[in-house]
Design a protein around this ligand. Structure first.
Ligand SMILES: *[C@@H]1O[C@H](CO)[C@@H](O)[C@H](O)[C@H]1NC(C)=O
Ligand SMILES: *[C@@H]1O[C@H](CO)[C@@H](O)[C@H](O)[C@H]1NC(C)=O
Ligand SMILES: *[C@@H]1O[C@H](CO)[C@@H](O)[C@H](O)[C@H]1NC(C)=O
Ligand SMILES: *[C@@H]1O[C@H](CO)[C@@H](O)[C@H](O)[C@H]1NC(C)=O
Ligand SMILES: *[C@@H]1O[C@H](CO)[C@@H](O)[C@H](O)[C@H]1NC(C)=O
Ligand SMILES: *[C@@H]1O[C@H](CO)[C@@H](O)[C@H](O)[C@H]1NC(C)=O
Length: 450
């Protein structure tokens, strides 16, 4: 039930942010490129996979990995994870944080830490930093974590104790949880062009307790790139020339040593030939696009909701899901159309994964990825994104004679009006979110060299 439950909860959170929405402003000292900057995203590479553990949690982690899909398409479950290296404090202390478009808070483990994941790096010690400042209960930033306050620190607690520290308690879909205090710090990072970007007074969580965080030794926290006011993207927006960012992820099957890229602010626009843009629906939380249909070759396959009379559905852009997912209604019709298009000698057949993920897939007999049919997403606003064969078809990791269609349908998608634009569909695309204009853009790009 994982995805649906999380999504529902995220939707509830949206209303919360609508109520309290206002901005947190960091100060900064960026004197390069009219404010914008780019950084490398290191891919996580380890045998430890923080599998989604189907619990009723608060925040759905996206952009990050954690393979929510088991057999038969379980390739490298952690390859979808992307890590950003930052420094916090004065003098600076390096932290490695997992990029997450599904949440807002930037947090890192802090000394003293009772239960923390082991890391191969020195943990940040706020007592040794001259720029560290605790945020108190009465400050406005503290209200942004109202939904993730420890039970002992309700809003009424804060009214009674305005000078106490602002505590937070965040739990993610994969069961990672962090408890600590909200604070402000100077954050620095080295851009791809080698410039040092200094961002002062960034609100972050100093985590003094971490649970169930499966670490490879390299991650020390999470950087939230969501749409809420505490998000890193929102906080730096006034200093980087706009509330926008883009990223270019190398395909998940490529060598993990190749780094992906992320761009913030001015210069992150997705421009030029081949750009497909679509309005971003007003989900204040997370990134979704609206799909009107899918074409298989020249045949347009429409959506006809089994839930409500709807002709469009939303897809959550989530590279934490290794493959794409569609609502069952359109998936069934896409499969029928694919079956008509593929050579019958390939013997296309439906595979059902009856393990916890309960997903239908289409597989067929082939040693190679076929060039045809072409598969394209038709987004709201008329944009048509044609995917490359390597995005849409995946060679079976278990059986070299089989190829899978890279979009499945989990049982929980049988009666919902949304799907997941998973990691396989995002590789080699420059994907941008312009939150000043509420537009998402996609551009086919070779992310290995771009
Ligand atoms: C922040 O709060 C903690 C816990 O109360 C305290 O030990 C620490 O001294 C405070 N730090 C600063 C810089 O005020
Ligand atoms: C943090 O939140 C979790 C899940 O909501 C809850 O079980 C736990 O008791 C909370 N911890 C504290 C210290 O409030
Ligand atoms: C962390 O350190 C341990 C022990 O030194 C080492 O085995 C492991 O490979 C390191 N992990 C990373 C990600 O560097
Ligand atoms: C963005 O950068 C361009 C040139 O790269 C510059 O002309 C423009 O003024 C910048 N805009 C902002 C808002 O900084
Ligand atoms: C769409 O679904 C409705 C209700 O299930 C049904 O009456 C209608 O015939 C369907 N339309 C198409 C084009 O399949
Ligand atoms: C594909 O079409 C053939 C011929 O109509 C049919 O026998 C087969 O069951 C179909 N397979 C799938 C997966 O729909």
């Amino acid at each position: 039930m994982a995805t649906f439950c999380h999504y529902t909860i995220v939707v509830i959170t949206i209303f919360f942010f609508h109520l309290v929405y206002c901005s947190v402003t960091a100060t900064s000292n960026i004197n390069n490129n009219n404010g914008g900057f780019s950084a490398n995203l290191i891919r996580r590479n380890s045998p430890n996979s923080p599998l989604y553990r189907h619990k009723n949690n608060k925040v759905f982690r996206r952009l990050i990995g954690g393979d929510m899909l088991g057999y038969p398409l379980q390739t490298d479950p952690i390859s979808g994870m992307h890590i950003l290296k930052l420094s916090v404090g004065t003098p600076p202390s390096d932290i490695y944080v997992v990029a997450d478009t599904g949440s807002d808070l930037l947090w890192t483990q802090c000394k003293p830490c009772n239960t923390c994941s082991n890391t191969n790096h020195t943990m940040f010690d706020p007592r040794k930093s001259s720029t560290y400042r605790n945020i108190t209960c009465s400050e406005k930033e503290c209200r942004f974590v109202d939904d993730s306050k420890p039970s002992s620190q309700s809003p009424s607690f804060c009214r009674k104790h305005p000078t106490r520290m602002c505590a937070y308690n965040m739990t993610y879909a994969d069961s990672t949880s962090t408890i600590g205090v909200l604070a402000k710090e100077t954050v620095t990072l080295t851009s791809r062009t080698g410039e040092v970007v200094t961002l002062e007074d960034i609100v972050f969580g100093c985590g003094h307790l971490t649970y169930e965080h499966v670490s490879t030794g390299n991650e020390m926290g999470i950087i939230g790139l969501g749409r809420g006011p505490l998000s890193f993207v929102s906080q730096i927006a006034p200093h980087v020339g706009g509330n926008k960012f883009s990223y270019c992820l190398v395909p998940t099957h490529s060598d993990p040593k190749f780094e992906s890229k992320i761009h913030f602010g001015n210069g992150s626009e997705v421009l030029g030939e081949g750009v497909v843009s679509t309005p971003l629906p007003d989900d204040k939380y997370g990134y979704t696009v609206v799909v009107e249909g899918i074409s298989i070759g020249n045949e347009f396959v429409s959506f006809n909701s089994t839930v409500k009379p709807l002709k469009k559905f939303k897809m959550v852009v989530d590279s934490g899901a290794s493959i794409g997912h569609l609502p069952r209604d359109i998936w069934d019709r896409v499969i029928t159309q694919l079956n008509k298009t593929l050579d019958p000698e390939l013997e296309p057949s439906i595979v059902y994964d009856a393990t916890q993920d309960k997903t239908h897939y289409l597989s067929f007999n082939s040693m190679t990825i076929p060039d045809e049919p072409k598969v394209a997403f038709h987004f709201m606003g008329g944009g048509k994104l044609e995917l490359m064969a390597e995005q849409i078809f995946i060679k079976s990791p278990q059986d070299e004679k089989k190829v899978f269609f890279g979009i499945g349908s989990m049982d929980i998608f049988s009666e919902v009006n949304f799907g997941v634009f998973g990691a396989n569909l995002q590789g080699n695309l420059l994907i941008g979110y312009d939150l000043d204009r509420n537009v998402a853009s996609f551009k086919p790009t070779n992310c290995l060299i771009a």
